[in-house]
Ligand binder design. Structure first.
Ligand code: CUK
Ligand code: CUA
Length: 864
C-alpha cells in the first residue's frame, strides 16, 4: 500500500520515484487514513490539484442560469475566477449601480419596461473557421428574449440586444463558423407582433422562428439594423447549432410540439405535457442562412414587424432555404460534428441518439426528394433516408460534445444520470460513467468547436441531492469534472455552484485568451472610449449649475480627491471618478452612504455615479476595496444642507496645541524615518538594477508600478519645504507623512519585484530542495530563521560551511538540538538570541531535504 500510494502520486505528478517521495509517503499515508481516501482518490486529486501560482489549462464560461450572469472557472482546478454581470445587477462590480453599466443594462429594457432579471442558458464563443479565437462571448436570456455581447479583453458585458419579435427564446446563442451571425431560435410560440391574438388562432397567428443577429467583428457589436428573422411554424423551436465545414451556411434547430397543442388544464383539457408529446416525431428545421441573408436584402422578400425584417416561411421555401426532417419526439440537443458532416439529435423521451448524414440530407434536397409537406408548405425530408443511423444510449439522452478522436462523442443521459461515450460513425457505445444527478448539458474542452481538445468533460447536473453539506432545501448546482483521456472515463471532482442553474458551458484553452490588466487612462470600460468625465491629477473640481452638482474626482492609493463637498438638499449629484492607478489589480471602489450607489474602478477606468441628494445630513463616502494599508483612510464627506433652514454654528472647543519645539521635533523625526525608508528603497533598486530586472517583463511591470509611486514624492517634498518656509510646521509634517505613504507603496511593489526576480534568477530547485523548503516552513524553522537576515535566530545562509563536516553537523543539530546545547558555538548562540533551538521532531528524510534546501540557498546566496 505504501509503495503503491507513492507510485501513484509519483506517476500522477510525472516525477520519478525517489527518496523524497518516500518521505511524502508516511505523511501521505497518514492523511489518507485520517480522511479515508483511496489510491483512486489520490490520483483524482493529483489530476486536479493546482498548487499556488500554477494556472489552469482551460477556462470555462458557464451560464449562470437564473442569476442572469456568466460564471468563469478554470479546468482542471475547478476554481471560480469570475462572475460576469450580464442581464442582472452585480453589486461588487457596480454593474447596475453606476451610470455607465446602467446604460448597458438598460439596453435590455423591453417595450419601455426595466428588466433586471434574466435566465441565461447558452454561452457561445466567437469563432474563426469554426475554431475559437478567444475574443468575444455571447449569451442568451430565455425568459426575456435577449442576447448579450461580452468582450473577453476585459470580461465585461458591452451590449444587450432585445429580440424584436419573439416573446421567449431558447436556441441562442450559437454562432456561425466565422461569427458572421449569432443565431437565436424562439421557444414558446407567440404572435410575432405585440398584439393580442386569441389562443384559438394559434395555428394562424402564433409563430416561432430563428433570428440572425449580424455581428460586426471590427466594432465588436451586434448590428440590429442588419439582423433579420426567419419565420417558422408554431412548433416550439429549441436548441440550435450552426453548420460548419461541409455544412457551412446552414443552420439546424429542433423543436417539440409539432402537435401544435395549446393546453387548457384549467378547462379540463389534458395538460401541455400530454398534448405536446403525442406524436412519435417532431421536426428538425434545416435552413440556409447564406441564402436567407441575401433574401433579406430585398424589401420584397421581408415583412417588417416591430421595425425588424422577417422573412416569411413561404419566401424561404420558394428559395430552397427551409426544410424539415422528422426527429424522435420531444428531442433536446442538436450538435454538428467538428467536420460538419454529421448532425446528432438526442431523443430525451427516446432512448436513441439519431445521427443524420449531411451528405444524405444534401442529396434529398438536391433531388427534391420530399416525403411530403407540413401544413405551412415546408418540404419534409424522409427521416430514414436522411439518417446515418441510430444508437440506443440509455434513458433521457440530451446533449453532445466531441473529442479529437475520429467519431468519438459524449452524450448526457438525464434519466440514467450518466455520461456515455460512443462513436457516431460506427454507432457503437464505448463507455459509461455515473454522475450525480440528472445531468443536463455537458461541456467538453472546446468540445463543440471544429477543434475539440478532449482531456475532460464536465457534467452540468440539475440535482446535487447528497453531494454536499446540507445548506437547506435549496441545494447548490453540481459541476462534475470527468477525465476522458483514458479508455475508461474517471470522475475527478465535484464543484458546487450556488448561483443558478448552469445549463450550457463552453470552454477554451487559456492560452487563447489575452485579457488586459489595465485600461488606457480615463476609459469608459463599457464603450471602450475615453470617458467624458476623465479627470487627471490636478484637474479635480466641483462644478455647480443650478441644482446640478458635478464632481470630478480622482482615486489613487490612498485618497479620493476631493475629500469634501457640500450640496443643497434636492440637488442632482453626478460624480465622475477616475482611478489613476496603473498598477495591476489596484482597484478602488466607491459608495456614498445611504444612497444605493456603487462603482468599481479598475486601474485607468473612469466611471460615473449619479443620484439625487434628497436627504439632509452628513454622508461619509469611501473606497470599498481594501486597496492599501491606509484604505480605511480613503474616505470623504458629502454634506447636504437644507437651503430653507438656518444653521447656527457650534461653540468652538478649546484644544491644547503643540509648542514650536515639539513641532520641530516631530518634523525632524518624520524626515528621519523617510530618510531611512528611502535607503531601503535604494538598496532594493540597486539589487534590481544589478540583476537586470528589465530582462523580465513581469518584474519590469512591477518596477514601473513602484517608480510610478516614487515619482510622486518630489511634488510632496516641495509642498513640505514650502510649508517649512512659510513657518507652517503642522502642514509640513503632514506632507512628510504623505511622502512616507508613497515610499511604503513604492516598497510594496518594489519588494514584490525583488522576490519575483530572485525566483527567476535562482537556480532550479531539485524536488528534494522543494520538499526541504516545505519542511522548513511547515516544520516551524521559518518562525525563527529568515533566509538572508538575522531575525530571532541566526541567518542560515552559509550554515553548511560554518562547521567542519557541515552537513553532518547541521543534521545532528536538527535531529537532537538539546544534545548540543553545551557545544561552545551553540551556547554562544543561545546566549546571544536568548532562545534555544527546539527539537522539531523532523524525520531523517525531512532533515535530508532541508540540507538540500540549504545547499540551494548557498548556491543562490548572492540573491538573498
Ligand atoms: S438547456 Cu438546460 S439542459 Cu436550456 Cu440547453 Cu438542455
Ligand atoms: Cu482605495 Cu481602498
Amino acid at each position: 500500500m505504501k509503495s503503491l500510494a507513492s507510485k501513484l502520486v509519483a506517476v500522477a505528478l510525472g516525477i520519478t520515484v525517489s527518496a523524497s517521495v518516500a518521505l511524502a509517503d508516511s505523511a501521505l499515508e497518514k492523511v489518507m487514513k485520517e480522511r479515508g481516501l483511496s489510491e483512486i482518490d489520490l490520483l483524482a486529486a493529483a489530476k486536479t490539484y493546482t498548487p499556488t501560482g500554477m494556472h489552469d489549462k482551460y477556462v470555462v464560461f458557464s451560464s449562470g442560469g437564473q442569476s442572469g450572469q456568466v460564471i468563469v472557472y478554470g479546468v482542471p482546478s475547478m476554481r471560480i475566477i469570475k462572475y460576469i454581470a450580464v442581464f442582472t445587477p452585480e453589486p461588487w462590480q457596480g454593474y447596475g449601480y453606476d451610470e455607465d453599466s446602467k446604460k448597458v443594462l438598460r439596453q435590455g429594457n423591453i417595450r419601455g419596461k426595466e428588466i433586471n432579471w434574466g435566465d441565461t442558458h447558452h454561452p457561445a464563443l466567437s469563432e474563426v473557421d469554426g475554431k475559437y479565437d478567444g475574443k468575444w462571448l455571447f449569451i442568451n436570456d430565455k425568459a426575456n428574449p435577449r442576447i448579450a455581447v461580452i468582450d473577453l479583453h476585459d470580461f465585461e458585458t458591452k451590449q444587450i440586444v432585445v429580440n424584436p419579435v419573439f416573446k421567449s427564446e431558447h436556441g441562442g446563442a450559437f454562432v456561425t463558423p466565422n461569427t458572421d451571425y449569432i443565431l437565436e431560435a424562439a421557444q414558446y410560440a407567440a404572435p410575432l407582433d405585440n398584439n393580442y391574438h386569441p389562443i384559438e388562432e394559434y395555428k394562424e397567428s402564433y409563430r416561432g422562428g430563428v433570428t440572425f443577429w449580424k455581428f460586426n467583428k471590427d466594432t465588436g457589436r451586434i448590428e440590429e439594423k442588419n439582423s433579420f428573422t426567419l419565420e417558422m411554424p408554431p412548433y416550439m423551436q429549441d436548441i440550435t447549432d450552426a453548420g460548419k465545414g461541409a455544412s457551412d451556411g446552414w443552420g439546424f434547430t429542433n423543436s417539440f410540439n409539432a402537435e401544435m397543442y395549446t393546453g387548457g388544464i384549467e378547462k379540463g383539457l389534458p395538460p401541455f405535457e400530454a398534448g405536446m408529446s403525442r406524436f412519435d416525431t417532431d421536426f428538425l428545421h434545416v435552413y440556409n442562412w447564406k441564402i436567407l441573408a441575401k433574401l433579406a436584402e430585398d424589401p420584397k422578400n421581408v415583412k417588417i414587424i416591430n421595425d425588424h425584417r422577417v422573412i416569411p416561411m413561404s419566401v424561404a421555401v420558394a428559395n430552397n432555404a427551409l426544410f424539415l426532417i422528422p426527429e424522435p419526439k420531444s428531442p433536446h440537443g442538436v450538435d454538428v460534428s467538428p467536420d460538419g458532416k454529421y448532425i446528432t439529435v438526442c431523443g430525451k423521451l427516446d432512448t436513441h441518439a439519431s445521427v443524420y448524414s449531411w451528405e444524405k440530407i444534401q442529396k434529398l434536397i438536391k433531388d427534391k426528394d420530399y416525403a411530403g409537406k407540413d401544413p405551412y408548405g415546408i418540404p419534409i425530408l424522409d427521416m430514414k433516408k436522411a439518417l446515418h443511423g441510430q444508437v440506443e444510449l440509455g434513458l433521457g439522452p440530451l446533449h453532445n460534445q466531441y473529442s479529437p478522436v475520429d467519431g468519438e462523442i459524449y452524450t448526457s443521459l438525464y434519466v440514467d444520470s450518466q455520461v456515455v461515450k460512443w462513436n457516431y460513425k460506427d454507432l457503437k457505445v464505448l463507455d459509461k460513467v455515473n454522475v450525480h444527478y440528472n445531468i443536463g448539458h455537458l461541456a467538453g474542452m472546446e468540445g463543440k468547436s471544429a477543434d475539440p481538445q478532449g482531456d475532460f468533460v464536465i457534467a452540468l447536473n440539475k440535482l446535487a441531492i447528497d453531494r454536499f453539506t446540507n445548506v437547506g432545501p435549496l441545494h447548490p448546482q453540481n459541476h462534475q469534472l470527468i477525465d476522458i483521456k483514458g479508455k475508461k472515463m474517471q470522475l475527478l471532482y465535484d464543484m458546487p455552484l450556488p448561483l443558478g442553474e448552469p445549463h450550457q458551458a463552453v470552454s477554451i484553452r487559456a492560452s487563447k485568451l489575452h485579457p488586459a490588466v489595465r485600461y488606457k487612462m480615463g476609459t469608459d470600460s463599457k464603450t471602450g472610449k475615453i470617458h467624458p468625465g476623465k479627470t487627471l491629477a490636478g484637474e479635480e473640481r466641483i462644478e455647480r449649475d443650478g441644482k446640478n452638482v458635478t464632481v470630478y474626482a480622482t482615486f489613487v492609493r490612498s485618497h479620493i480627491n476631493p475629500e469634501r463637498f457640500t450640496v443643497n438638499k434636492g440637488d442632482t449629484v453626478t460624480i465622475h471618478m477616475t482611478n489613476l492607478e496603473r498598477a495591476e489589480d489596484e482597484t478602488h471602489g466607491f459608495t456614498v452612504s445611504q444612497h444605493g450607489i456603487h462603482a468599481s474602478l479598475e486601474p485607468g477606468e473612469t466611471a460615473t455615479v449619479k443620484f439625487v441628494a434628497d436627504l439632509e445630513g452628513v454622508f461619509p463616502y469611501y473606497c470599498t476595496e481594501f486597496c492599501s494599508a491606509l484604505h480605511l483612510e480613503m474616505m470623504g464627506y458629502m454634506m447636504v444642507k437644507d437651503p430653507d433652514k438656518k444653521y447656527t454654528s457650534a461653540k468652538k472647543l478649546k484644544m491644547k496645541t503643540m509648542s514650536p519645539e515639539q513641532l520641530k521635533q516631530e518634523y525632524d523625526k518624520t524626515v528621519g524615518v523617510n530618510k531611512a525608508t528611502d535607503d531601503v528603497i535604494q538598496s532594493v533598486v540597486k539589487f534590481l538594477k544589478d540583476n537586470k530586472f528589465g530582462d523580465y517583463p513581469a518584474v519590469a511591470a512591477l518596477v514601473t508600478d513602484a517608480l510610478d509611486q516614487y515619482g510622486k514624492i518630489p511634488a510632496q517634498k516641495k509642498l513640505s519645504d514650502d510649508a517649512v518656509a512659510a513657518g507652517d510646521m503642522d502642514k509640513a509634517i503632514l506632507y512628510e507623512g504623505m511622502i512616507w505613504q508613497y515610499m511604503v507603496k513604492t516598497a510594496d511593489a518594489g519588494i514584490r519585484a525583488k522576490d519575483m526576480l530572485v525566483r527567476k534568477l535562482a537556480t532550479k530547485q531539485s524536488s528534494a530542495a522543494i520538499a526541504g523548503e516545505r519542511a522548513f516552513n511547515e516544520g516551524g524553522c521559518s518562525g525563527c530563521h529568515v533566509i538572508g537576515k538575522v531575525s530571532s535566530g541566526p541567518d542560515l545562509t552559509g550554515v553548511l560551511s560554518r562547521h567542519e563536516n557541515g552537513e553532518d553537523w547541521v543534521s545532528k543539530f536538527i535531529k537532537h538540538p538539546e544534545k548540543m546545547y553545551d557545544d561552545p558555538y551553540v551556547k554562544a548562540m543561545i546566549d546571544h538570541f536568548n532562545l534555544k533551538m527546539p527539537n522539531q521532531s523532523m524525520s531523517d528524510q525531512e532533515v535530508k531535504d532541508i540540507i538540500e534546501y540549504m545547499k540551494w540557498i548557498d548556491e543562490n546566496a548572492n540573491l538573498f
